[in-house]
Design a protein around this ligand. Structure first.
Ligand code: SAM
Length: 216
C-alpha cells in the first residue's frame, strides 16, 4: 500500500460515527456496539475497505469490523462508506490500530472469523515475525477466535502463502481448504468478493491463493 500523509486524516476518522475511538473499551461488548448478537467477523489490514463494505452489504446478519493500521488508508474506507452505495450499512465498524493489539480489543471467543487479504509479505527473513500469518500472530488470533471460528487468507504471493501453510501447521491449526488458483476453483470462488489488491494482481494474470483454517 503506498502511503501518503493526508493532512486531517486522523481528525476526520476520529470524528466519524463508524470509527470506534477506544476499541479496547469494547472488549467483550461488541454485541452492544452493533445492538445485536450477530457473529462478529474482522478483516485485519483492511486497506481501502472494498472487501469489508461489500461483505457487510451482502451479509446483513453478520457484523464486520475492519482493522487498519494507518489513518491515511482507513480514511479511504471511511470515504467509501460515506457513498450512497454503503452509507446505510449498520453492520460495519472501523478500527485504526496495529493488529498486534488484537487481544486488547476482542475477548476470548468473541470473533467468529478473521479475514486476511493480501497481507504485506515482509520478504526479508528477519522481518518474518511481522507477517500477519506468522505463528506469533496466529497465537494472538487463537485467543480471540470462537471454537468453531476460522481464518481465511488470500494472496497472490506464493512465498507468503507457503510460509503461511507452514506456520499454520507448526502452530497446530487445521487446514480445512485451500486452492492455488481461486478464480478457477468453482467451489472456493463462490461468493468471492474481490479486494482492491486482488483486482489489481489478478488483472496482471497472477493466480490467487486462498486458504481456510481453523484454530487449535
Ligand atoms: N486488504 C487490502 C486489499 O487486499 O486490497 C489491503 C492490502 S495492503 C497490501 C495491506 C494492508 O494491511 C495495508 O493497508 C497495511 O497498512 C495493513 N497492515 C499491515 N500490517 C498491519 C497490522 N499489523 N495491523 C493493521 N493493519 C496492518
Amino acid at each position: 500500500m503506498r502511503l501518503r500523509n493526508i493532512p486531517g486524516a486522523e481528525r476526520t476518522i476520529q470524528a466519524h460515527s463508524a470509527v470506534i475511538k477506544r476499541p479496547e473499551d469494547q472488549k467483550g461488548c461488541w454485541g452492544q456496539v452493533f445492538g445485536n448478537q450477530h457473529p462478529v467477523r474482522i478483516e485485519i489490514g483492511m486497506g481501502k475497505g472494498r472487501f469489508i463494505l461489500n461483505m457487510a452489504k451482502e451479509h446483513p446478519k453478520i457484523n464486520y469490523v475492519g482493522i487498519e493500521r494507518y489513518s491515511s488508508v482507513l480514511l479511504r474506507a471511511v470515504e467509501k462508506y460515506d457513498t450512497d452505495e454503503f452509507n446505510d450499512l449498520t453492520n460495519v465498524r472501523f478500527v485504526c490500530m496495529d493488529a498486534r493489539r488484537i487481544e486488547e480489543v476482542f475477548a476470548k471467543n468473541e470473533v467468529d472469523r478473521i479475514y486476511l487479504n493480501f497481507s504485506d509479505p515482509w520478504p526479508k527473513a528477519r522481518h518474518a515475525r511481522r507477517r500477519l500469518t506468522s505463528a506469533e500472530f496466529l497465537d494472538r488470533y487463537g485467543n480471540v477466535l470462537a471454537p468453531h471460528g476460522t481464518l481465511e487468507f488470500k494472496t497472490d504471493n506464493t512465498e507468503l502463502f507457503n510460509f503461511s501453510l507452514e506456520q499454520l501447521r507448526e502452530a497446530g491449526w487445521t487446514l480445512k481448504e485451500f486452492t492455488c488458483d481461486l478464480h478457477h476453483d468453482e467451489e472456493m470462488n463462490r461468493g468471492n468478493i474481490m479486494t482492491e489488491y486482488e483486482e489489481k494482481f489478478s488483472g496482471k494474470g497472477n493466480p490467487i491463493n486462498k486458504l481456510i483454517a481453523a484454530g487449535k
